[in-house]
Design a protein around this ligand. Structure first.
Ligand SMILES: [Cu+2]
Length: 158
């Protein structure tokens, strides 16, 4: 019984990850309205983002349809921060998943998400993204509570 109890949180998070799988698999697909991983050779523009507690340095980003953008996320804060590109529904799903995960789970998982870049304090990482369709999308840090505190913004693709 004791073994079952201690194994339970891991079991639960695994179950949740499995349940979240169709959403993640879907996000990995090319038909995402908010775009796809870009080819670093096609980058036409670099957008520098800074993450601190608890905000990004910008609230809105405008890009052109078909544009390949290199997002450079510099974590100048004291906590982990990430930047995920998505639409309202995918952000919500990602946020839900992260809420159920402990820091340890996230580190173990490596937090692999095609439209995300995850940073530790002091780290700078980049994500190359091609916006394939016009529309209103979102960028957000989906660490629990961060987006609600304002760590998110709009991406307008024209
Ligand atoms: Cu954050």
């Amino acid at each position: 019984m004791e073994i079952i109890m201690t194994k339970l949180p891991m079991f639960l998070s695994l179950t949740i990850m499995l349940l979240a799988q169709p959403v993640l698999a879907n996000e990995g697909h090319d038909s995402k309205r908010y775009g796809k991983l870009g080819d670093p050779k096609q980058v036409t523009r670099t957008i520098n983002l800074t993450a601190t507690e608890i905000a990004f340095n910008t609230k809105s980003i405008k890009v052109k349809k078909g544009e390949t953008v290199k997002f450079v996320l510099a974590n100048k804060g004291e906590q982990n921060h990430e930047m995920t590109i998505g639409d309202a529904a995918s952000q919500k799903a990602h946020r839900k998943m992260m809420e159920t995960m402990t820091m340890e789970d996230m580190n173990k998982m490596g937090h692999k998400h095609t439209s995300s870049v995850d940073t530790k304090p002091g780290q700078t990482k980049s994500l190359v993204w091609t916006f394939t369709e016009a529309g209103q999308f979102e960028f957000a840090c989906n660490y629990p509570g961060h987006a609600d505190l304002g760590m998110k913004g709009k991406i307008l693709v024209e």
